[in-house]
Design a protein around this ligand. Structure first.
Ligand code: SF4
Ligand code: SF4
Length: 366
């Protein structure tokens, strides 16, 4: 089946190894994307041991696709192999555990009965009449509530009212990454219904995973349309609405392009425009940026399957690309990148502040 569907992609690979050289996992594991393609070329990919391990070590960052000498969308094969592993019952046990958690908790995290809004301080002021929905996302609301607070603070300070869903569902993006398309499709349909019943015109997502799911993965992978509303990532909303920011305490920062927002969804300019409009802030770029940016290690569902690899990938990026710039802070606009860099800097005692873009704006005045 994979061979039939991706025949051209598999055939055209020249085994040059550029993809492996560009891969963030090569220094922290024995995963080798070129070899994975070779397994497919030789049709020896059915082995349960292979299927149960290698397709699950990729962050789906798509950097290899940008650099492939043949222009091949090689991570599609990783996705297809994940689906095959699921079909054959060869996927890691963490995948079915995650699915169970999403089903029982409405999020990939064990909430222990608490609502998503319970960690957000100060409590959100949700307005039933508003035409704007703040879709908080599981990772921001549960693991990084400061990102939701900062986004809500900026919206409120600038005169916008918004509503949140009473029982906000998971967008399903983690399941799509893990190849659980049918399960994700059911979730996506529920999400679309929940957003429709909120009767809003605009959805603001502080999570790049939710944004990518709503705008790309739902229609392209699941065949589910979220129509009739404008979906904006918070960085896009900030860029449209807030100019002339001023930081009281000047800062030199660099910006990390989240894979889901950059390479996947094409949003590169807006976060930079927000930062550059901020008087008192100096933005310096890493050598590898925009479509060639290095992954933080937190994508593709990898943190659910392997806790060390994402932190080691993040550590490598901080040490090799960020610290030499001598910046005060690293800014990103994805909660997974934010958390992964935060955990990695703490674990490795790297003295660097990590901000979500919304936090930088919340620190600024107009
Ligand atoms: S870069 Fe492209 S052609 Fe080269 S080995 Fe990787 S997939 Fe094959
Ligand atoms: S998508 Fe990223 S992690 Fe996966 S093989 Fe390509 S470069 Fe490596």
């Amino acid at each position: 089946m994979i061979y039939k569907q991706y025949k051209e992609l598999i055939r055209r690979c020249e085994q040059c190894g550029t993809c492996t050289a560009s891969c963030p996992t090569k220094e922290v594991s024995d995963f080798n994307i070129r070899k994975l393609v070779r397994h497919l070329q030789l049709e020896i990919h059915d082995d349960p041991e292979f299927l149960g391990k290698y397709p699950w070590l990729c962050t789906l960052c798509f950097r290899c696709k940008e650099l492939c000498t043949e222009g091949l969308e090689i991570p599609r094969l990783v996705w297809a192999l994940r689906e095959l592993a699921l079909e054959k019952g060869a996927s890691p046990k963490e995948v079915s555990e995650l699915l169970e958690t999403v089903r029982s908790e409405n999020s990939p995290y064990i909430l222990k009965g608490r609502e998503k809004t319970s960690r957000i301080k100060p409590p959100l002021s949700s307005s039933d009449d508003s035409k704007m929905l703040l879709f908080m996302g599981c990772t921001p609301s549960i693991k990084a509530p400061n990102i939701v607070s900062a986004t809500a603070d900026v919206l409120t300070r600038h005169g916008y009212s918004f509503k949140v869903l009473n029982e906000e569902p998971c967008c399903g993006e983690p399941l799509i990454c893990l190849g659980l398309k049918e399960e994700a499709k059911d979730i996506a349909k529920n999400v679309v219904e929940a957003i429709k019943s909120a009767q809003v015109e605009q959805v603001i997502a502080p999570c790049s995973g939710c944004y990518n799911a709503f705008t790309r993965l739902y229609p392209e992978v699941l065949g589910v349309e979220l129509s009739g509303v404008e979906v904006l990532h918070s960085s896009q909303f900030l860029e449209k609405n807030l100019e002339g920011l001023k930081l009281e305490v000047p800062m030199k920062v660099t910006y990390h392009d989240p894979c889901t927002l950059g390479r996947h969804a094409g949003v590169y300019d807006e976060p930079r425009k927000v930062l550059e409009s901020n008087e008192g802030l100096t933005l310096v770029e890493m050598d590898r940026n925009r479509e060639f940016s290095g992954c933080c290690g937190g994508g593709g569902g990898l943190p659910s399957l392997n806790q060390n690899m994402p932190l080691e990938i993040a550590r490598n990026k901080l040490i090799k690309e960020v610290i030499p710039l001598e910046v005060d802070a690293l800014v990103t606009s994805c909660p997974m990148c934010y958390l992964n860099f935060k955990y990695a800097s703490k674990k490795n005692k790297i003295p660097l502040t990590i901000y979500d873009l919304s936090e930088v704006v919340a620190l600024s005045s107009i």
